[in-house]
Write a protein that binds this ligand. Sequence first.
Ligand code: KG4
Ligand code: ZN
Length: 344
Amino acid sequence: MNVLGIETSCDETGVAVYDPARGLRAEALYSQIAIHAPFGGVVPELASRDHARRLAPMIRGVLDTAGLDIRDIDAVAYTAGPGLIGALMVGAALAASVALALRIPAIPVHHMEAHLLAAMLEPEPPQFPFVALLVSGGHTQLVNVQGHGDYALLGSTLDDAAGEAFDKVARLLALPYPGGPALAAVAEDGDPGAFSLPRPLHNKGLDLSFSGLKTAARLLIERQSVAAPLADRARANIAASFQAAVVDTLVNKCQLAMTASGLERLVVAGGVGANRRLRAALKAMGERNGVTVYYPRPALCTDNGAMIAYAGWRRLGEADGAVPLIVARPRWPLDDLKPVGTGA
Ligand code: KG4
Ligand code: ZN
């Protein structure tokens, strides 16, 4: 069984072939950083056009690497949402075309479900149930995961996503797009205790909020650059202090979620999950609290085709043999999904 996975929800084209019996056969990723960098953020139309340019040659390349012919593919999984509508349409249209030509199923995949399941591709995958911390550019959610597709939202951000906060503060620090990794790199040379920034924990529930922290960071940056542009040292200190505040906030909320749910496993997913400091701090929190923390390797935290192929394979049973539709849902709440295998 070979499942082709296609990811085109934002600014990365991801393609992979997953075989449940043999694991990941081949994968390829193309990042559009160079295209969007001059604009300081993702330009949706440029993203769609580049996905359209890259996708077919990347599929050919992945098949070659795996030593497969396109006729060896048994199903095509693609990101159907959430994401940028034009970018989603490119992957969905190509997936539906391949499926129609080969008379195989096309499986629309929820991007955040794929992130949530990415840890399953690791050699020691987590068992259900677990709490998932989803931290990406558009989402910050804590989810009680009882099984495949059985999700209860425990909390989510009331304003900015964690990745979005990283990206915005990086911009204020005049760091290049994509901001998260750039800010994290600069923070390595800074002192996380240099400036005291708020840990937005005011509500005792499991919802999060990053707008107050973002404003405090903006005011700090403005104060520090009144007389002269920020020196490298000050920039590193602000980046480190901001990163520490985000990490503390996420770790605290995870700890609360573990207590509230009574679960013993925490799975980290999404682009911000690649952050070294967050990974270390969550691991330490787990050790203090008897919680096992799972996170996929950084390349499986950020967008990729492998997680789409895997998540699609898990929902293969839902394919009904009908002519494949082009499904693209820019907004798609995670808890709209039905548990796998119930047919509900
Ligand atoms: O999951 P992802 O690749 O795409 C979305 O589905 O959004 O997440 C991208 C987000 C961006 O906001 C990016 O700045 C952030 O993840 N990110 C990081 C790091 N790597 C990626 N944030 C902090 N530290 C990192 N190392
Ligand atoms: Zn993502």
